[in-house]
Design a protein around this ligand. Structure first.
Ligand SMILES: Cc1cc2nc3c(=O)[nH]c(=O)nc-3n(C[C@H](O)[C@H](O)[C@H](O)COP(=O)(O)OP(=O)(O)OC[C@H]3O[C@@H](n4cnc5c(N)ncnc54)[C@H](O)[C@@H]3O)c2cc1C
Length: 232
């Protein structure tokens, strides 16, 4: 489905991440974890890029995606947008989805790769799903963690949700987990790894390293679902 979408709200998540919300057409259906294409004019030419839908299908009032602001031209156009500006949305696409079909999942993300995990968590919270979820999210610093407060609130309300943030450049005041995602961190926080379907999303190097790690730890390939933010 393709439609014109006026921006209804812009939410700053971190120093370089913003969420963009649009009115949701009544007939636009999607699954948690899917993405759509967003088109805008850049220097007189229409450019389109894929973005995960960070809202949940249960949120009827709006559609949301969340962009890392990279300082490049497409990104700068978005950073300069105001409520009322119109984009073209085309979608949904993708098989990195969750509809409540697994009893136990682990969501492993790097940086902005948290966006499909947010959609899945919002979906599980709204549907009061009994699925047990562990999120392992890696960022450089505490200031880089997008959706930290919202994820924390969902964790407080949902006994089936556990969130672990690990930082690769933690400040002295960080009391949580530190270091890149490795087998020790995975075994410490996801001891029942083999019983879970594992979703991995993030930069390509992180994805490759994490998949290798999981395979070496004995997780069957078919138990790992991946979404790479590259290739378009
Ligand atoms: C399925 C999927 C889902 C995705 N979901 C998300 C998401 O939820 N959030 C998100 O933030 N991203 C997501 N992405 C990535 C997204 O589509 C963009 O590729 C990404 O945000 C970078 O876009 P940009 O605005 O920097 O684009 P551009 O401005 O076009 O830059 C893209 C690349 O072009 C090069 N480039 C452009 N301009 C310059 C310049 N002036 N100098 C040097 N190099 C330059 C750089 O290599 C840059 O990384 C997703 C991708 C896929 C495939």
């Amino acid at each position: 489905m393709e439609f014109k979408a006026p921006l209804s709200e812009i939410i700053r998540q971190t120093h370089d991440v913003k969420s963009f919300r649009f009115e949701r057409p009544e007939d636009f259906g999607y699954k948690a974890g899917q993405y759509f294409f967003v088109s805008i004019p850049v220097n007189g030419e229409v450019q389109r890029k894929p973005f995960t839908i960070s809202s949940s299908p249960t949120e009827k009032g709006f559609l949301e995606f969340t962009k890392k602001l990279t300082g490049h031209e497409f990104s700068n156009e978005f950073d300069a947008m105001d409520v009322g500006d119109v984009v073209v949305i085309n979608g949904p696409y993708g098989r990195f989805t969750f509809e409540g079909e697994f009893d136990k999942i682990a969501l492993i993300s790097g940086g902005i790769g948290i966006t499909p995990m947010v959609s899945i968590c919002r979906y599980c919270s709204d549907t009061r799903s009994g699925t047990n979820i562990i999120i392992l999210s890696s960022n450089k610093t505490a200031e880089d963690i997008a959706f930290r407060d919202e994820l924390g609130e969902m964790e407080n309300k949902n006994a089936n949700l556990k969130i672990v943030h690990t930082l690769t450049r933690a400040g002295d005041d960080w009391l949580g987990c530190t270091g890149r995602i490795c087998d020790t961190i995975i075994m410490d926080y996801i001891p029942d790894l083999m019983e879970r379907v594992i979703y991995v999303c993030g930069p390509s190097a992180m994805m490759k390293a994490t998949e290798e790690l999981l395979l070496n730890m004995g997780v069957p390939k078919k138990q790992i679902k991946k979404e790479a933010f590259v290739g378009f």
